[in-house]
Design a protein. Structure first.
Length: 377
């Protein structure tokens, strides 16, 4: 009798731990789905764009910014600064922008600032889902002598948002430079900028793009979920990198053009397929071939940032190559973290349950993205 009771107690204890493991796994899968339930490109709503023209002692900045940054001047709360609002608050807006945007030549700040409404740089719906939330300003600066050196400090970002940035093109004497201002990189030279400045900007943009592109991250995680030695996983990721680099270059050079909506739908489906394989496959054979094929699609998705920048031919290859390097650096960092976490997970008997439930959560998330992109525009 004592033996039977002891056996029942042990069985109950084992069942309790089994239920606990399953509950933890379910919570992890649910948390993954809920934490990523926002659209993968929502951070583009924090984007600003600036076209800067430098002529002799005159500088004009055609600036498109989220209206929320200047909401105190939006009297009718329609998410647009009108001509009348600009006229009414001219002095206050000038003081505000002088604090956030500073142009300096040989240690001297600009002599004057005039603010007008401006025709916005064309930004497609692929970048800003709700363009009506942005306002367009024309900032005009004047110096007393021709400019030979000019530096800009840009600090007009949504507070507390690491993905906020200002994509900038500088036009002077037929030359065009591209600059990316971020909350951690606020200052740049506008005249005779070193090529290293542009390379660094685009490497940072590439790293940021992969780290905030939740769909690409989930694809990488799903690729690695079946495990394998680090050498094999690096082979898989290298195949993915090579293929998406090909289409990234072709799309950024406007040699290949596919509607962004169809690209985003295909990316969602690719994630769902890889995650579904994780539910029934036991070994990661042929993963590198799949990674190469689907990488061609993801490369088109990566190119959307560069396409919307409308990069000029000047330093074009340097910009694309730097952006691609940034993506690869960010990608390999993700791969290493996932590899070591999965290696640690293998020590536990409920490893397979966790992996399958994570894959199920990824399928749910990719289904949500597919629905949003296919049927909700």
């Amino acid at each position: 009798m004592i033996f039977i009771n002891l056996k029942n107690i042990l069985r109950s204890h084992a069942q309790f731990h089994r239920y606990m493991r399953i509950s933890i796994a379910l919570l992890l899968g649910l948390g993954l789905s809920l934490s990523l339930s926002t659209p993968s490109q929502a951070h583009w709503a924090d984007l600003a764009v600036a076209d800067i023209q430098i002529k002799q002692q005159h500088v004009s900045v055609n600036l498109t910014v989220p209206t929320g940054l200047v909401a105190q001047f939006d009297d009718d709360k329609n998410n647009q600064l009108s001509d009348s609002e600009l006229t009414k608050h001219q002095t206050a807006i000038q003081d505000f922008l002088n604090q956030k945007i500073q142009l300096t030549s040989a240690g001297q700040k600009q002599n004057s600032l005039v603010i007008k409404s401006a025709t916005a740089k064309k930004i497609s719906a692929n970048i800003i889902p709700t363009p009506d939330t942005h306002s367009n300003l024309l900032l005009q600066y004047q110096w007393t002598a021709p400019l030979s050196q000019l530096e800009m400090k840009y600090d007009l970002f949504v507070p507390g948002v690491d993905t906020a940035r200002c994509l900038t093109q500088v036009f002077r004497d037929g030359k065009v430079d591209n600059i990316v201002f971020t909350p951690t990189s606020k200052t740049a030279a506008l005249i005779d900028a070193p090529i290293s400045q542009q390379i660094t900007s685009f490497i940072g943009l590439g790293i940021e793009h992969i780290w905030t592109g939740y769909d690409h991250i989930l694809f990488l995680i799903s690729l690695l979920m079946l495990g394998g030695e680090l050498g094999y996983l690096l082979k898989v990721v290298t195949a993915f990198s090579l293929s998406h680099s090909v289409t990234l270059f072709l799309a950024a050079l406007n040699i290949v053009s596919v509607p962004s909506r169809w690209v985003e739908i295909a990316i969602a489906l690719s994630i769902a397929y890889i995650a579904s394989e994780n539910l029934w496959k036991k070994q990661p054979q042929a993963r590198w071939q799949l990674a190469f094929g689907f990488g061609l699609i993801h490369g088109l998705g990566f190119s959307s940032v560069l396409q919307e920048l409308d990069l000029p031919r000047t330093n074009l290859l340097a910009s694309i190559a730097s952006f691609s390097v940034g993506i690869e650096l960010g990608q390999f960092a993700i791969v290493l973290v996932v590899y070591f976490l999965l290696s640690y997970l293998r020590k536990f008997p409920w490893d397979l349950t966790i992996r399958r439930l994570i894959s199920a959560g990824v399928i749910v998330m990719s289904a949500i993205w597919f629905w949003e992109r296919a049927f909700m525009g």
